[in-house]
Design a protein around this ligand. Structure first.
Ligand SMILES: Nc1nc2c(ncn2[C@@H]2O[C@H](COP(=O)(O)OP(=O)(O)OP(=O)(O)O)[C@@H](O)[C@H]2O)c(=O)[nH]1
Ligand SMILES: [Mg+2]
Length: 316
């Protein structure tokens, strides 16, 4: 290494975090650790007890605690490691039929440490017998986990082929480095208006007080009235502890309710992507709140509160 490089690396601050990796036996935990260490697929044998490994990943040093997944280790070893973890990685073998057992292990474990961010990895998606991700989300009630205050990331991964693998670890690295707050944007409500067909679609991902919705609707009505003057652009209104973001691109107008500290730029990106999909690939007369919801879930699984209180279609 050149002396300059050495100086750069020396001067760079490396944060260290303890990452506890759990999941039923055979889920692929050690394979994941090996890929982090060696950037390739390495055959494993079952872990007897626990493996400790340290790996530098981007700006972070992960102290990995790779626990054996057999029942005896779940009972004996997991608890102590979970309570002191900076982050929890739960690995599921997507082709394993022991879904109920995995679900129980997942919920038991994450409740032992309510603060640690959770990276959920649905592994082995390269296998023909892998369950659909939607089913996994449903069976393990992962939407409920995502509604908690801590960050919960869901990723479909193959530790064998490397598919999505680095996305998952980028996510946890960003969360631990605090970058998440810069990009975070939890969308509470989406209202899409198509001025050509006079359709209004509203999808709520969480409960919102009606006066806030009224403010958004008023803001949108004004925007719509002035649309001929200003056909594109965006507005942001602060209401209570939320922000109302209105993005327009004639003939579509989208209103989003996001958190007070959420990134407005990110919400604009979300709105623009929705508009593009709405006008390009979907017959607008088939575009209802369910389609809107699907789009949101597919493209921004981390951005939304998935609890759907009510979903309604209004036709003017
Ligand atoms: N096809 C496929 N096989 C995988 C993948 N990840 C792991 N495996 C295989 O699954 C088996 C179990 O993997 P391990 O990493 O040892 O599982 P583990 O979770 O560490 O298991 P325990 O140590 O017993 O808790 C091995 O044969 C791996 O090669 C994957 O993404 N795709
Ligand atoms: Mg192992």
């Amino acid at each position: 290494m050149s002396s300059i490089l050495r100086r750069i690396f020396k001067g760079e601050k490396v944060e260290k975090y303890e990452i506890t990796i759990i999941g039923l036996d055979g889920a692929g935990k050690t394979t994941i650790v090996n890929r982090l260490l060696r950037s390739e697929f390495v055959p494993t044998t079952r872990t007897l007890g626990v493996n400790y490994r340290t790996v530098r990943y981007r700006q972070i040093e992960f102290n990995l605690v790779d626990l054996g997944g057999q029942e005896i280790y779940r009972n004996l070893l997991w608890h102590d490691s979970l309570v002191k973890a900076s982050a929890i990685v739960f690995v599921l073998d997507s082709a394993d039929i022991r879904i109920a057992e995995a679900s129980e292990a997942f919920w038991d474990s994450i409740q032992k440490n309510e603060n640690a961010p959770v990276l959920f990895i649905a592994n082995k998606i390269d296998l023909a017998g892998a369950r659909a991700f939607d089913l996994i989300v449903q069976d393990l009630d992962l939407a409920r986990a995502q509604r908690s205050d801590r960050p919960v990331g869901l990723f479909r991964v193959s530790a064998k082929t490397g598919e999505n693998f680095y996305d998952a670890f980028d996510w946890i690295a960003d969360i631990l480095a605090g970058i998440e707050s810069t990009f975070k944007c939890k969308v509470r409500v989406v209202i899409l208006i198509d001025l050509e067909t006079h359709q209004i679609y509203t999808t709520k991902f969480t409960n919102i007080e009606s006066f806030i919705l009224d403010q958004l609707n008023t803001g949108i009505s004004e925007t719509v009235r002035e649309l001929s003057k200003n056909p594109t652009g965006m507005e942001v209104i602060t209401a209570s502890d939320l922000q109302l973001v209105i993005v327009k691109n004639h003939p579509l107008v989208i209103g989003l309710i996001i958190g007070y500290s959420d990134s407005v730029v990110r919400s604009k990106l979300i709105a623009e992507r929705l508009m593009k999909t709405a006008s390009a690939s979907i017959e607008i007369d088939q575009f209802d709140s369910r389609v809107l919801l699907k789009l949101m879930e597919k493209q921004w699984p981390l951005d939304i509160y998935k609890q759907i209180i009510r979903s309604e279609d209004n036709t003017k």
